[in-house]
Design a protein around this ligand. Structure first.
Ligand code: ARG
Length: 460
């Protein structure tokens, strides 16, 4: 097939090179953005009198038909037409001849691809943001059900202090809320029109870049033509934000995997979100959570891949940059795959409140509260800490929880302890006296949930 750029060549491209060079297999997914960008460019060329208005009209009308034909599955893309940009341009020329040949005036594939990928990723981020919003809503409605579900909080995966499941869920709300903010920051920097940068040095045609920006929903136009064609920061920034989302999903999934074990039994995944073993009949495995944890690695890999691809590229465009697409597309696809299944998995799991409570009752999670009790009775904190340390040692030896010690046993540890100790160190008191902002008390978490709902409504 004759190349659109074939004029200065005496030989055909080697078939292996055609195949090697071609990106149509993976960049065809940008066909909608490519056509939308070309329609705006053609309109502007007509308006500026750079090409005849009637040619501009023919181009825009035919591009709309090509879009319909692609969506109807009537078009077969060609490997040797290299990429989505030249495939569409070639179809246009085949259909309308000379008018079609005027479309690429004042434009290079370098600024064209920079435009298309920005528009494509911008659309994808809109979808991911909606999924993230749904995740935030799911966390909130689960949290509303569990403001009194006491569970152990951990540090070093050792039982630390009692909290509630709602408090734990709302910690993830905060993480994913920040991720939503990162996504919108990312789009803000992405939403700058590169078209008009030409191959690298702009063009002599009187393009109206502001007009094109407006047509395509960009907030501004790029201010340096070299940067316009060679910036891929926005893709890397997105890959970093997607990595962060995966990291947060993965941490929660790791907890759910642990909590589904017989040893914890804090949660049980719904049958619809678990799988069995081909040999062990008793097994019910949290595969969904494990796969999300596993897929996190591939998204991190794409971030590192993109950074590495870009690190040695002299200005401006180099073909290396065609390697940006597969990693960022796969990162986007992976997050879009994980978020909905994660939401449904947590919405359908059974929360074993009794096991959580039992978990919080063991392991001396109220030891800090015994020390705080002593402080309130006038004992200096460091001294109280030492007294309770000895008390825990005693309780371990006698196989008792702290609130199972008798009054004489307490008195043995400290004369300052009185009958009100039992009330002061109950799990409910430990949780519900931690009322300060950010704390796990029922009333505080209820306020946090109300505040989260407001922040969520302001996000839209
Ligand atoms: N398929 C190319 C890419 O993805 C489009 C730009 C090609 N530009 C060029 N001068 N070869 O980067």
């Amino acid at each position: 097939m004759a190349k659109l750029w074939g004029g200065r060549f005496q030989k055909n491209t080697d078939a292996k090179v055609d195949d090697f060079n071609s990106s149509i297999r993976f960049d065809q997914r940008m066909y909608r953005q490519d056509i939308r960008g070309s329609i705006a460019h053609a309109k502007m060329l007509g308006k500026q009198g750079i090409i005849p208005q009637e040619d501009a009209d023919k181009i825009t009308a035919e591009l709309a038909r090509i879009l319909e034909d692609i969506e109807a599955g009537k078009i077969e893309f060609l490997i040797d037409a290299e990429d989505i940009h030249m495939n569409i341009e070639k179809i246009l020329i085949d259909r309308i001849g000379d008018a079609g040949k005027r479309l690429h005036t004042g434009r290079s594939r370098n600024d064209q691809v920079a435009l298309d990928i920005r528009m494509y990723l911008r659309d994808e981020v809109t979808e991911i943001s909606a999924m993230l919003t749904h995740t935030l809503e799911t966390l909130i409605s689960l949290a509303e059900e569990h403001t009194e579900t006491i569970m152990p909080g951990y540090t070093h995966l050792q039982k630390a202090q009692p909290i509630t499941f709602a408090h734990h869920l709302m910690a993830y709300f905060e993480m994913f809320y920040r991720d939503a903010g990162r996504l919108s920051d990312c789009v803000r920097r992405m939403n700058v029109l590169p078209l008009g940068s030409g191959a690298l040095a702009g063009t002599t045609y009187p393009l109206d870049r502001e007009f094109v920006a407006k047509e395509l929903g960009f907030d501004s136009v790029s201010q340096n033509s070299l940067d316009g064609v060679s910036d891929r920061d926005f893709a890397i920034e997105l890959a970093s934000t997607l990595s962060m989302i995966m990291m947060h999903l993965s941490r929660f999934c790791e907890e759910l995997i642990l909590w589904s074990s017989h040893e914890f039994s804090f949660v049980e995944m719904d049958d619809a979100f678990s799988t069995g073993s081909s040999i062990m009949p008793q097994k019910k495995n949290p595969d969904v959570a494990e796969l999300i944890r596993g897929k996190t690695g591939r998204v991190y890999g794409h971030l590192m891949g993109l950074l590495t691809t870009m690190k040695g590229i002299p200005l401006a465009y180099n073909k290396d940059m065609q390697e940006d697409k597969e990693p960022i597309f796969d990162a986007v696809d992976t997050v879009k795959l994980c978020l909905p299944v994660f939401c449904d998995m947590i919405a359908t799991m059974t929360v074993r409140k009794e096991s959580m409570k039992k978990g919080a009752a063991g392991g001396f999670t109220n030891a800090t509260d015994v020390a705080d009790y002593l402080v309130k009775k006038g004992v200096p904190f460091r001294e109280a800490h030492a007294i309770v340390g000895k008390m825990v040692f005693y309780a371990i030896e006698h196989d008792k929880a702290l609130d199972e010690l008798t009054m004489p046993e307490f008195k043995e540890c400290s004369e300052a302890i009185e009958e009100d100790i039992y009330q002061a160190i109950s799990l409910e008191t430990c949780v519900n006296d931690r009322k300060l902002i950010g704390g796990p008390a029922k009333e505080t978490v209820e306020k946090a949930i109300a505040n989260a709902k407001i922040r969520l409504s302001e996000m839209r």
